[in-house]
Design a protein around this ligand. Structure first.
Ligand code: GLA
Length: 702
């Protein structure tokens, strides 16, 4: 099945495969997701993201900035739960789940942390309305009806949300009823059930103007609220198709800015990049919605989920938990329950954080807080640890002799003279909150500790890395000791000092380490923990932890060999995994079809989906890369992409934008004596919908 862009989806009913009448199990997740993703994490690419520095962002006229619904709802971004990301339409979405989540909200302290709404997504209704045109809850999922579940959720001091579409049917192919033409009746039914929140989707909209459709439901909800006395938060879900940030501030309380998120890095990153530039449009009662959280669903690492949660918070996004908390692990709860981070999201000033800089995959995003402090995210988009740095001045803080710097994941306070920096692991985010003055000197000095490089080492071989401990505070760091922990089987030696009696403000302790990989080391990425211990002048002890990375690599095969026979260092892909010798197909590994460009099929090559980025180790032993590239015929008559070859951070070949009507194009690159080669596919400037792309006949000559 092909990935349909949201524009197409809106115009015609879905073709999702479903099993069973009541169970309505969605088989084809592909079709549930309007495609989203922007270029992935190469250091070289990311600077092209659409974000402008905070200072350059144009500001709306003051009057427009005040536009919002007069009901005073959603003064801070809504927080709660929605079942969609964990269940889609599967049978476990039922009354027990909704009640179970409400129970956990109370028992685990999530309610106290601010989570309030327990929201039902698609598939709660029967496909047919009753004889009076009323919606009928699915009796298998909700045997006691929606009102009973709402009463239960309310009895816990929580609120409940529901879903329908601003179309004739919802997005699921089983064809559940939409509210187009039934706005007053459906809104009234929701209000009478006790519904506090409506997510209003975009499928099957019959081409009716979006502003008209969404305004009609706004008025219906207002009327129903007045009759029943129940205020209803109104969440517009038209996937950003009609730029709702420009017109929806007095229509709804929040609006989706993008297509659907899915539980992988590329999807989350792409959505983040689409939502970041919209900062100026958000405010109390009027929020950009980059879709619900995937934290805990298993498709990303905990580091990546912390980035997801940090960035959604600094973007003042709604925090709707999308994992089944009944089976969630402790790491998931630890992320979702971080009240320091939640406070950034829920700050009453209601500003969305703005991008300060984004060079080389090093993102600095700053959010003005009601108390005059700033939340500052240092986000590393790239695949290796990087030092990310900014200043109090650059994030808009007034001049001061010292600043209090709180690390919101470590829950620890430091002093700084204005430098805000950290060594950030690959795909990680360090989230700080910074206050000017505030008795800064009484906290221990801030410090950064990290490695200068992510070396490539063959099994049994040696690599050298340098660590730097830097005092970025305004008081000395005493009794400094640094350590690099060897992974099992590795040897670590150092000839340079690992301790210093005192590191003055601005001073450094650099240490060079020799790493020897075991003779039987498996190829792949290897992380090694870094620790720096020091003491403040007051004697207070500080322990900073970080991580370095090494890649265990094998010498590349000699002669001319197919890239699909090579191992890769890492691979990012916008839809499912990269496939060897087939197209990308759908989201599962191995579900591609023969690589086909313009009717020509290829036995060998790589099938990808924009934005895609695959890294190879060439070990300075290769000369050329050759391929025939193009959009796979799987894309239909849609989409556009560009193919790029990067050698050690320099672009050495670029196909230009290719569309689906073009035959396979030859692409050759001289890769000189590059240590690494990256094969990158970008979206051709028109978003990633349909962008199944083939590196056909891809070969290295070494
Ligand atoms: C659309 C929405 C999703 C979800 C599904 C339900 O794709 O964007 O968030 O509600 O429909 O079918």
């Amino acid at each position: 099945m092909r990935k349909l862009p949201s524009a197409r989806r809106a115009a015609r009913p879905y073709a999702r495969a479903v099993i069973g009448a009541a169970g309505a199990v969605a088989l084809c997740a592909a079709l549930t997701a309007p495609a989203v993703a922007a270029p992935t994490g190469t250091q070289t690419q990311s600077a092209t993201a659409a974000a402008k520095p905070a200072a350059q962002q144009k500001t709306r006229p003051a009057a427009q900035a005040e536009v919002r619904l007069p009901d005073g709802l959603a003064k801070t971004p809504p927080m709660g739960f929605n079942n969609w990301n964990s269940t889609h339409c599967r049978a476990e979405f039922d009354e027990d789940m909704v009640k179970g989540i409400a129970d956990i909200f109370v028992e685990r302290g999530l309610k106290d942390a601010g989570y309030e709404y327990v929201n039902l997504d698609d598939c709660w209704a029967l496909p047919e309305r009753d004889a009076d045109g009323k919606l009928v809850p699915d009796p298998v999922r909700f045997p006691d009806g929606i009102k009973a579940v709402a009463d239960y959720v309310h009895s816990k001091g929580l609120k409940i949300g529901i879903y329908t579409s601003a179309g004739t049917k919802t997005c699921n192919s089983a064809g559940f009823p939409g509210a187009l033409g039934h706005e007053e009746s459906d809104a009234m039914q929701f209000a009478e059930w006790g519904i506090d929140y409506l997510k209003y989707d975009n499928c099957n909209n019959q081409g009716v103007d979006a502003i008209q459709r969404y305004t009609k439901m706004r008025d219906a909800l207002q009327a129903a609220s007045e009759t029943t006395g129940r205020p209803i938060v109104y969440s517009i879900c038209e996937w950003g198709q009609n730029k709702p940030w420009e017109w929806a501030a007095d229509v709804g309380h929040l609006w989706r800015t993008t297509g659907d998120i899915s539980d992988n890095w590329s999807s989350m990153l792409g959505i983040m990049k689409q939502n970041l530039p919209l900062a100026e449009y958000a405010g109390p009662g009027r929020w950009n919605d980059p879709d619900m959280l995937e934290v805990g669903n298993g498709g990303m690492t905990d580091t990546e989920y912390r980035t997801h949660f940090s960035m959604w918070s600094i973007m003042a996004a709604p925090l709707l938990i999308g994992s089944d908390l009944r089976t969630a692990d402790e790491a998931t709860f630890e992320i979702l329950e971080n009240t320091d981070v939640i406070a950034v999201d829920q700050d009453p000033l209601g500003k969305q954080g703005a991008v300060v800089t984004s060079e080389g995959g090093r993102w600095v995003v700053s959010k003005e807080m009601a108390d005059g402090s700033r939340a500052v995210a240092l986000f590393n988009e790239s695949n290796a640890p990087q030092r990310i740095s900014t200043t109090a001045e650059a994030v808009g803080l007034p001049a001061a002799e010292g600043y209090r710097l709180r690390d919101l994941w470590q829950h620890a306070d430091y002093n700084t003279g204005g430098e805000i920096s950290a060594s950030v692991p690959a795909h990680g985010t360090v989230l700080y909150r910074v206050w000017p003055g505030d008795g800064a000197g009484s906290y221990p000095p801030a410090a950064e500790f990290g490695v200068d490089s992510a070396p490539y080492v063959e099994a049994g071989g040696e690599a050298e890395v340098t660590t730097t401990f830097r005092n970025t505070g305004i008081t000395p760091a005493n009794n400094v000791g640094v350590a690099l922990d060897a992974p099992a089987g590795w040897q670590v030696e150092t000839g340079s000092p690992t301790t210093a009696k005192k590191v003055a403000p601005g001073g450094e302790l650099t240490t060079t380490w020799q790493l020897t990989a075991p003779a039987d080391a498996a190829t792949g990425r290897q992380e090694f923990p870094l620790t720096a211990d020091y003491a403040a002048p007051s004697g207070q002890a500080v322990s900073l932890t970080s991580a370095g990375t090494a890649y265990v690599v094998a010498s590349p095969p000699a002669g001319t060999t197919y890239a699909s026979d090579w191992e890769w260092l890492d691979a990012g892909n916008g839809w499912g995994p990269v496939e060897r010798d087939t197209s990308v197909g759908e989201q599962q590994a191995g579900d591609g079809k023969p690589l086909t460009i313009g009717g020509e099929t290829f036995a060998r090559g790589l099938g990808v989906h924009a934005a895609s980025d695959i890294g190879f180790y060439a070990g300075r032993e290769c000369e050329t890369f050759d391929a025939r590239v193009g959009l796979d015929d799987e894309s239909g008559n849609n989409g556009s992409v560009s193919f790029e070859v990067w050698a050690d951070g320099a672009k050495v070949a670029d196909s230009g934008v290719l569309t689906s009507d073009e035959p396979a194009q030859p692409l050759s690159a001289d890769i000189g004596d590059a240590q690494t080669v990256r094969l990158v596919v970008t979206d051709g400037g028109d978003g990633v919908d349909y962008d199944h792309a083939d590196w056909a006949d891809a070969r290295f000559t070494c």
